[in-house]
Unconditional design. Structure first.
Length: 274
């Protein structure tokens, strides 16, 4: 039995009747791992193995992902996470997020600053991403077109095509990483994407205008083979806060924690130990 299979998925009930699923391991200062859109807590498999040596690690499935409930009414990811931290009796935590998870981490710092000890982000800057690069704009158009056609297989394929970045292909990534990404995306499609309209999260108001008020340390860890927009947004966030810094990982795309887990872990452990 693998370490992943041995982990017990637990749940916290939400006030509106939904629930969040999570896995927890280790002991020490709490570290909360927030996955990217379409994925689930398994995105953090390498860190769930390495980080528990010294930390209480909680990897959360956002609502509409993984083993969490499918949303049926308006919600915000940051509110859900605040409920989970309260239920787990965590007063303050380090939040580590990639892509959608990074946006959620920043939203929590804006809406619930008392809960956040520090932030580590990659793949975006806030929950309100801005795109100008032709490559990523083209992928997003194809993704929306697949959604409009209700072409779930095509939707997954376009999603995966964004993982390597504009100058690489899926063939340049480790096959096991690609397989993990595909498996998570397939579960999201199978379990959480209904035949009718999807309930999307309510956005947090004006996050970019407010991030300069974040008082905790912020680390941006862009994968330098990712799209220029994703790299830019993470770096802009670090530039806008009082205590922000950037550590780049070369040769990897949108998921640096999966493509270079050892380098990623050294970077975040150094930052967590500050």
């Amino acid at each position: 039995m693998t370490a992943e299979e041995q982990r017990t998925v637990q749940r916290v009930d939400l006030p509106d009747g939904g629930h969040l699923a999570y896995v927890e391991t280790g002991s020490g200062p709490p570290v909360v791992l927030l996955h990217g859109g379409v994925l689930d807590h398994r995105q953090w498999n390498p860190q769930l193995e390495s980080l528990p040596d010294g930390y209480r690690v909680i990897a959360v499935d956002a609502r509409g992902h993984g083993w969490s409930s499918t949303p049926v009414r308006s919600f915000r990811h940051c509110d859900d996470l605040a409920v989970l931290l309260e239920q787990l009796e965590i007063e303050r935590a380090a939040l580590i997020g990639i892509s959608m998870g990074a946006g959620t981490a920043v939203d929590v710092a804006l809406e619930y600053p008392q809960l956040v000890d520090r932030l580590i982000v990659s793949g975006t800057g806030t929950s309100d991403p801005t795109f100008t690069e032709p490559w990523i704009l083209g992928r997003l158009r194809e993704w929306n077109a697949a959604a409009e056609r209700r072409d779930k297989r095509g939707w997954i394929d376009v999603f995966l095509s964004m993982a390597p970045g504009p100058d690489r292909t899926l063939g340049d990534m480790d096959a096991d990483v690609v397989g993990l990404l595909r498996g998570m995306a397939e579960r999201t499609v199978e379990i959480h994407i209904p035949s009718g309209p999807t309930v999307l999260p309510v956005p947090v108001e004006n996050p970019w205008a407010r991030v300069s008020g974040i008082e905790v340390p912020v680390l941006a860890v862009p994968g330098m083979a990712d799209s220029s927009d994703h790299i830019r947004m993470a770096q802009e966030l670090a530039d806008l806060v009082d205590d922000g810094r950037v550590v780049q990982i070369d040769g990897v795309g949108h998921y640096p924690n999966l493509e270079e887990p050892r380098e990623f872990d050294v970077i975040i452990r150094t930052f967590l130990a500050r």
